[in-house]
Design a protein around this ligand. Structure first.
Ligand SMILES: Nc1ncnc2c1ncn2[C@@H]1O[C@H](COP(=O)(O)OP(=O)(O)OP(=O)(O)O)[C@@H](O)[C@H]1O
Ligand SMILES: [Mg+2]
Length: 235
């Protein structure tokens, strides 16, 4: 379970304070699929960064499987990111000089896994996202949808507990976006992977089991309120 408790992130710029997150308390159960919605600047990415241990809050807590991230040191936090979280962003952030398979095995290399073993896993993950025939391509030799699928394979390489996707379909056409989303939902259903996806697209949000709407750094309609989507429940 992922729980945030009165989470706040305040930036000070030119003497002015920006409350990017202004007391967010919510709970996401293991195996859930959640859409994070809200207008631009409402704090969605900030929330993802804090839950993913990429940044630390001004106050409040992020508790993942009973462990408070704010109590972890930098090395422990790096380990948390590497072992527990799969990240997917709108921009692909692939290493352009590396092939698809080399990109996917990177998180395993960081873990110190032997080359043969990490190659085997990276190939399997690329196959699972339908890219078995593109393992030796570099990012610029792949389409946008294929690049995003390499990112998904990379995010999955380390068998994360949960997937954090920040507008993963933002740079894709609607058909490719739907395919990526279908891939996420299949993973959620089949592997029980917890999925948290930031999106502006109501068609994407409706596929997840529940949704959380942010506004001005707060959860809209009350702290911890999670709206269950009819479409998600019907599946
Ligand atoms: N490093 C930073 N320094 C100062 N202000 C920041 C920083 N990062 C974010 N903010 C501010 O915090 C607020 C929330 O930003 P955030 O990126 O979380 O919004 P968002 O909901 O992801 O928006 P979008 O839909 O446009 O991606 C915004 O007002 C933003 O300007
Ligand atoms: Mg954002």
């Amino acid at each position: 379970m992922i729980e945030t408790r009165d989470l706040r992130k305040t930036y000070t710029m030119g003497g002015e304070q920006i409350h990017a997150l202004d007391g967010v308390s919510l709970r996401i159960e293991d195996g859930d699929s959640v859409a994070i919605l809200g207008p631009s600047g409402s704090g969605k990415s900030t929330l993802m960064h804090l839950v993913g241990g990429l940044d630390s809050p001004t106050s409040g807590q992020v508790v993942v499987a009973g462990q408070d991230l704010t109590s972890l040191g930098p090395a422990e936090l790096a380990r948390y990111r590497n072992e527990k979280v799969g990240f997917i962003f709108q921009s692909f952030y692939l290493q352009s000089h590396l092939t698809a398979v080399e990109n996917v095995e990177l998180p395993l290399k960081i873990r110190g896994m032997a080359r043969r073993e990490r190659r085997r896993i990276a190939h399997a993950k690329l196959e699972s996202v339908g890219l078995a025939d593109r393992v030796s391509h570099r990012p610029q030799e792949l389409s946008g949808g294929q690049r995003q699928r390499v990112c998904v394979a990379r995010a999955l390489a380390g068998d994360p507990r949960f997937l954090l996707a920040d507008e993963p379909t933002g740079n894709l056409d609607s058909k490719t976006g739907k395919e990526i989303m279908r891939l996420f939902m299949d993973l959620n259903r089949e592997s029980g992977l917890t999925l948290i996806v930031v999106t502006h697209d109501p068609e994407i949000a409706i596929q997840t089991h529940s949704s959380i709407r942010l506004r001005d750094g707060k959860v809209e309609a009350g702290a911890g309120n999670v709206v269950h989507n009819a479409a998600g429940d019907a599946e």
